[in-house]
Design a protein around this ligand. Structure first.
Ligand code: MRU
Length: 371
């Protein structure tokens, strides 16, 4: 069996996305020829996971610029810059909480503006630079995830050892939430990348994944990845996590992130906050794994993060069948914010973000400033 991937791209054939709504029962690829298709497919959860959304947006721009003539379609360099800005600003409106797509937009717009300012710039040269930068995001994300895996496995093992919880053979039992693996990224994964790295090092006794209500990314996607890759793993209901910790069967928790703000407050899949509280109660290390594309030092705290609300049908219906009483009100935020003070470490591809002892959280702004 080959490695799982969610995003296919080459310059000649363009972009296509694995339809994650159909997993684990069906493997179907959808073409993504235009930014409008990418916007809709992100919105509809064909592709999801903060890094995967960021890479999809970048590759959609690359595909759009290439398909339209590689620069020949523009009358001036200013027209290329305008189209890059318009296209990325539009794509960013697809989902509000994950910051990675906004990060792609900021970087690619800067590349366009810089290329346009170069001496002798032509529409073709500006387009070529933007396409190359957009295409590079795929490999950059994979490299970031591998680095997070290595750094995170070490940090997690150290934290478990410091609590005297390491199992025989130097192994650990790790709980994770939502899907943060190959399907949520360009490949390998962030939190699931750390679990993979522990497994590869012979240090994973067991992985527990939560089903992740209401959209079931854990049951449908993480369980699928864990089985696919042959890792020792068990699926639990979200509501069983505290009981599992109470039974002494978890040594550490590691989750991904959709946005990590200046003080380390972390937006991630709904239920992450409860896991952070339960881990603190049981004195378990709670790690966040995120590439630097997920860090957003422009927001001071989690209170400023826009939390996406999803359709009521995700709660009222199960596989197309209504299961909730007609007339009941619905509140369905798909992310929550775990305070930075509950997070033991934020692991990025550039290392672990230092603690900020004044706020009790993490010094994300200083960390980013030093990159
Ligand atoms: O709504 P989703 O499926 O896009 O939510 C995904 C998550 O919350 C992940 O934990 C997060 O994006 C990190 S993925 C490496």
């Amino acid at each position: 069996m080959g490695s799982l991937i969610a995003i296919r791209y080459d310059r000649a054939s363009g972009l296509s996305l694995l339809d994650q709504r159909k997993l684990p029962f069906e493997t179907a690829w959808l073409p993504t020829p235009t930014p409008q298709d990418a916007w809709q497919q992100i919105k509809d959860m064909v592709v999801r996971g903060a890094p995967a959304i960021g890479v999809t947006g970048a590759l959609s721009l690359a595909s759009h610029l290439t398909r339209n003539g590689g620069g020949k379609q523009y009358s001036s360099v200013a027209a290329v810059v305008e189209d890059v800005e318009k296209t990325m600003d539009y794509l960013v409106t697809s989902r509000p909480t994950a910051v990675n797509l906004a990060d792609s937009a900021t970087k690619l717009k800067a590349v366009a503006r810089q290329a346009a300012a170069a001496e002798g710039a032509t529409p073709e040269s500006v387009t070529a630079e933007v396409v190359a930068a957009a295409e590079a995001t795929l490999e950059e994300d994979i490299a970031a995830n591998k680095a997070i895996g290595a750094a995170g496995a070490k940090a997690l093992l150290d934290a478990v050892a410091a609590r005297g919880r390491t199992r025989s053979g130097g192994k650990v039992r790790v709980l994770t939430h939502c899907n943060t693996g190959s399907l949520a990224t360009a490949a390998y994964g962030t939190a699931l990348g750390i679990i993979r790295a522990l497994h590869d090092a012979g240090a994973l006794e067991h992985a527990y994944c939560t089903e992740t209500r209401p959209y079931n990314q854990g049951a449908r996607l993480t369980a699928f990845e864990l089985v696919h890759d042959g890792l020792p793993a068990t699926l639990i209901c979200d509501s069983a996590a505290a009981a599992l910790m109470g039974a002494g069967d978890v040594d550490a928790v590691v989750v991904g992130a959709d946005r990590v703000v200046a003080n380390g407050d972390t937006a991630n899949k709904i239920g992450t906050y409860a896991l952070g509280i339960a881990a603190a109660h049981h004195s378990l290390p709670f790690f966040v794994a995120a590439p630097t594309t997920t860090l957003d030092a422009s927001l001071p705290s989690g209170a400023a993060i826009v939390i996406e609300q999803r359709p009521p049908e995700e709660i009222t219906h199960f596989r197309g069948q209504r299961v909730a009483a007609e007339g009941i009100g619905i509140w369905n935020p798909c992310f929550d914010v775990v305070p930075g003070s509950l997070v033991e470490g934020i692991v990025t591809e550039r290392g672990v973000v230092p603690r900020d002892h004044d706020s009790g959280g993490h010094a994300v702004r200083a960390f980013m400033g030093a990159l």
